[in-house]
Design a protein around this ligand. Structure first.
Ligand SMILES: C[S@@+](CC[C@H](N)C(=O)[O-])C[C@H]1O[C@@H](n2cnc3c(N)ncnc32)[C@H](O)[C@@H]1O
Length: 231
């Protein structure tokens, strides 16, 4: 007689849930690499973030679903359904991730750790002084399970994204960042409030209920939060 271990049961339940997840089905149908595309789509539809011609930075971009969505938004005519468009691109998308990412036509990808000074410099040299309209960050570090340690790593990455935004966003630019409820959350909301004129939170429907993730949207830099890019 064979006994199922608890973890096998959990894996089976996760797999069952994943296969039957409507967003997983939609991503497959629409040619997106991950269901995450629908989170950004919903945030965009609700807050009207993206317009053709913009400069957008996608942090924590792999496997590339958000960049696929952006690539499609910046195609002169959004042809067909989902996935990344090809051909003319009206806008600039620079994506960055620790992991490799299968290329997306027209999207400039940098592989490296956003926390590394050399990677940040590479990102800045790719930008070549162009002010940024929107920074989106879906970065999530690998978690250790030690709450205090994980909260500090999550907050550290988000603080860096805010710092980058202060240096490179246009005055009316926007930062969208994934955050997690738990320790450090209130401090991050305070950081957003001291940096941006308007701060909104959104939990897109595509974000699983059981996940503590939510998204903070910072709109328009406060005058005192703007930092000259070369400082
Ligand atoms: C949830 S995934 C992003 C999914 C992506 N938005 C998409 O639509 O395909 C989070 C990503 O953050 C990346 N990441 C975590 N820490 C990072 C860091 N320090 N620098 C760059 N990327 C990082 C991970 O490698 C991972 O690919």
């Amino acid at each position: 007689m064979k006994f199922q271990t608890k973890s096998k049961k959990v894996n089976k339940a996760w797999l069952h849930g994943h296969i039957n997840d409507p967003y997983v089905k939609m991503a497959k149908r629409d040619g997106y690499r991950a269901r995450a595309a629908y989170k950004l789509k919903e945030i965009d539809e609700e807050h009207k973030l993206f317009k053709p011609g913009q400069v957008v930075i996608d942090l924590g971009a792999a496997p590339g679903a958000w960049s696929q969505y952006l690539r499609r938004r910046f195609a002169p005519k959004e042809a067909g359904i989902g996935g990344a468009a090809v051909g003319k691109l009206n806008g600039t998308i620079i994506s960055l991730d620790l992991l490799e990412c299968e290329p997306i036509e027209g999207v400039q990808f940098i592989q490296g750790d956003f926390q590394d000074e050399s990677v940040l410099q590479l990102l800045e040299s790719t930008l070549a002084g162009r002010p940024v309209d929107v920074v989106v960050s879906d970065m999530a570090p690998n978690l250790s399970g030690i709450e205090g340690c994980d909260a500090a790593r999550i907050s550290g990455l988000i603080e860096l994204a805010v710092d980058f935004s202060q240096r490179h966003l246009k005055q009316d630019g926007v930062l969208v960042s994934k955050v997690f409820h738990g320790s450090g959350y209130n401090e991050l909301v305070d950081l957003f409030k001291s940096t941006f004129k308007k701060v909104k939170t959104i939990k897109p429907k595509a974000s699983r209920d059981r996940s503590s993730e939510t998204f903070l949207i910072g709109i328009g830099l406060k005058a005192q939060a703007i930092v000259a890019a070369d400082q």
